[in-house]
Write a protein that binds this ligand. Sequence first.
Ligand code: IMO
Ligand code: MG
Length: 422
Amino acid sequence: MKNVNVVLGLFYGDEGKGKVIDYLSSNARYAVRFSGGNNAGHQVEVDGKKFAFHLLPSGILYKNIKAVLGNGVVIDPKVLLEEIDNLKANGYKVDNLYISEKAHVIMPYHIILDGVLEDIRGKNKIGTTKRGIGPAYCDKFERSGIRMEDFISKNFKDLLEINIRNKNVILKAYGYDELDFKSIYDEYKEYAKALKKYVCDTTTMLHKAIKNNENILCEGAQATLLDIDFGSYPYVTSSNPTIGGVSTGTGIGSRYINEVIGVIKAYSSRVGEGPYVTEQKNEVGDMIRELGHEYGTTTKRPRRCGWLDIVALNYAIMLNGVTSIAMNHLDTVGKLDTIKLCVAYKYKGKETTDFRTNIDFLKNSEAIYEEFSGNFGDISKCKSFDELPENAKNYVRRIEELTNTKVGFIGTGAGRENIIVR
Ligand code: IMO
Ligand code: MG
């Protein structure tokens, strides 16, 4: 009964998980988000229409799929309702959505506090998406959060009141405007009413699906190096986007997990602050950004760009037990004359291939590169690995060799059909 497959980001996010999820969704009966919230931004193109999902599992576009927001997700009800309305406006019924009663709700004070905390950090800011993610997870672990089951019940009023009283103490102390309970309650109780019909026990539902041998696809958001435990702390998100997050964020134990597909780009990128060993703060980075359209789906920020990093990649493969790699944007690096691949770091005069998240290590490690010839030409029509030009094959083969992992999916262009599956 190993019918659960997982898609995870292996770097700092924005690897193009949406494209791989979209491909795998055609065989799945359940599409499940297990961590994060609307800090994610996943683009999918269906029938010529582009959709950007922040919260909903992108598999929701498939009629036969049940889309699940697991208990590990933090949900901004306003954003969720907007996404639902947008789908409805595009002809989708959205009668296939299931929200865990245990998922926590992002409230307006979480969003405000996200900004306040960043202001207080000053030059040490994290560069969050300011969607209230961190403060919402704080309340969850501090045990004052509001779960979906309480949000849609009469408990909501009391819980909200206590929370607002507490948050106002903090806001006042830092000189920010205090919040008005009544206006927030009046607005949010309407959202609760609208979402109530979707809320259920998703864990039991998923375990019934496992028993019935139905395929479940867990859609990772964020990525390994943004993991609260295993990422470049404190420059991380507030959840576990790594493999363990699947279990804690859905209630599905590891014995049911089959494939773990790790998504990367043929180069790399990062948004927000934090160390990034293979970053190219130069014309090369600028060129990659333009060629790869590396501007945020969620915050529109220009992304920092650089070369693919095998040291970090092997760490992510090891942590997650990745069974195959999905590599996007092979076409993009193929437009360059020369492609570099980081195969080791030099730290304090010593070469190493052991990745560490220690900030001093990451800030002061120098990348050691191998070079490859680019100029692949147009590869968007290639349907198999064999059809790729020799330069492209060499680059992919070397990545497989260095990671001891198969590159099972290759993105060869922006469209849904531009994918090689091996
Ligand atoms: P997808 O799913 C890229 C980054 C933010 C910031 C840090 C913390 O599209 O890959 P947060 O708002 O989560 O507290 O911000 O994490 N970040 C992402 N970067 N893609 C994402 O999601 C991200 N989600 C969070 O930029 O550096
Ligand atoms: Mg993103």
